[in-house]
Design a protein around this ligand. Structure first.
Ligand code: ZN
Length: 417
């Protein structure tokens, strides 16, 4: 990489570690943070582009821990599946840019709508062919025949019409996981519980222990990670029995779950996906789901359970990460920073804790705790310059015009003069 130098001078530095902000200047060289000068300075750095950052907040780029670049802002899983692949690819490329435009410089793929899409998107981003966040690619959600994700009509039972990748039995699981490994995934996703908006309810746990064990045994030699859709208590326990690292939703965690989660808190992450619950319960009237409908009320009940569970997890020091399952009609891509507002307003986190969940913990869930997610010398230059103070108003991170500069890997993706 060419050695371009950029200096953010006299910024209010919110370094992402949870430490109090301080005034200082950040010197970026190539793709990394070369040096941080604490205190105010008026010295120019020779050969560098100087950015006057006075009275602005400089913080690490954010990480969405539950990203679906291939969800296409449609109301149902069936709608997502039925978009023709050509249009779908273009749409997904645009989503990748949208996520970066929203200040999210990294993201964890939480399943793709087609088998290879996530992998080719990640590769294209890494090659510089398209613009998007650092991305960990996933496969399709692996589901049981008839479980959440199996959208194939009963009278024409074919994989191509199914949103999820369907398996029955350990051998099919082994073969499917190996297929995704061949495609180059960074993780596999298992659908261990149901979901209210589908025929399989949230507290149903359809996958067998033999199937989960086989998935884990198959990824183990490759050092890959498993993540899971797990709303029911039984599915959360299944994750914890088998070493699933990223547990999505976890709404119905009971006391036994909480104890087990706490025991494994340094190994696991919990991503509640709050935006999906909030918006399906209260913001989906335009799509035929008014708050008084039975479906919306089921989501409202789940939201209440999730809030209680997350508050308890937060008290126990379990890592809770943002990512609201964006990419459905009523949770559009680009609104990803709403999760941080929910963390503060619904879970009672301080704005600082919410920011740490998307910066420091972002680096951890991206598997780069040593060089990603903090404003620190030697760390990768994923940087936001925000016209505003997210510690006094976390919502400022949702306002894209306030995100004046978005830098990823030392490259100025957005630079508002
Ligand atoms: Zn999801």
């Amino acid at each position: 990489m060419e050695n371009i130098k950029t200096v953010f001078a006299n910024a209010n530095i919110l370094d992402g570690s949870g430490a109090a902000p301080y005034i200082g200047s950040v010197i970026v060289e190539g793709n990394a943070i070369k040096k941080i000068i604490k205190g105010p300075t008026d010295k120019a750095v020779p050969g560098a582009t100087m950015i006057d950052s006075h009275s602005k907040t400089l913080m690490p780029g954010m990480c969405d821990a539950h990203l679906h670049l291939t969800w296409n802002d449609q109301p149902t899983l069936e709608h997502i599946t039925m978009m023709p692949p050509e249009e779908h690819l273009i749409h997904s490329i645009n989503v990748a840019r949208k996520v970066l435009d929203a200040g999210f410089t990294s993201g964890v793929g939480a399943a793709a709508a087609r088998p290879r899409f996530d992998c080719i998107l990640r590769n294209a981003i890494n090659n510089g062919d398209i613009v998007g966040p650092r991305y960990l690619a996933n496969g399709q959600e692996i589901c049981t025949m008839g479980g959440l994700g199996d959208t194939s009509p009963v009278h024409m039972d074919v994989q191509d019409l199914s949103f999820g990748w369907r398996v029955s039995g350990p051998e099919e699981m082994r073969k499917s996981v190996r297929m995704f490994i061949k495609y180059g995934v960074d993780a596999i996703k298992l659908n261990l519980s149901g979901e209210e908006i589908t025929p399989v309810a949230a507290q149903t746990t359809p996958m067998s222990d033999e199937e989960v064990a086989m998935a884990m045994e198959t990824i183990q030699p490759y050092g890959l990670r498993a993540c899971a859709h797990a709303r029911s208590a039984d599915s959360i326990k299944q994750c914890l029995r088998h070493g699933v690292e990223v547990i999505y939703h976890a709404s119905y965690a009971d006391e036994e779950c909480l104890d087990l989660l706490e025991q494994q808190k340094d190994q696991i992450f919990v991503g509640p996906g709050l935006a999906w619950l909030v918006q399906t319960a209260y913001g989906a009237s335009d799509w035929g789901i008014p708050p008084e409908s039975e479906l919306a009320q089921a989501y409202a009940r789940e939201l209440e359970a999730a809030i209680e569970a997350m508050k308890k997890m937060h008290k126990r020091g379990i890592r809770i990460v943002p990512g609201g399952d964006y990419g459905f009609a009523w949770t559009p891509h680009g609104t990803n920073a709403k999760d941080l507002e929910y963390f503060v307003d619904l879970l009672g986190m301080t704005p600082m804790e919410a920011i740490v969940s998307t910066t420091k913990l972002g680096g951890e869930i991206m598997r780069r705790p040593g060089d990603l997610g903090l404003i620190k010398e030697g760390y990768l230059a994923d940087i936001l310059l925000v016209n505003g103070d997210p510690l006094s108003d976390i919502k400022v991170l949702q306002d894209h015009t306030s995100l004046e500069i978005i830098m990823k890997d030392g490259h100025l993706h957005k630079n508002t003069p």
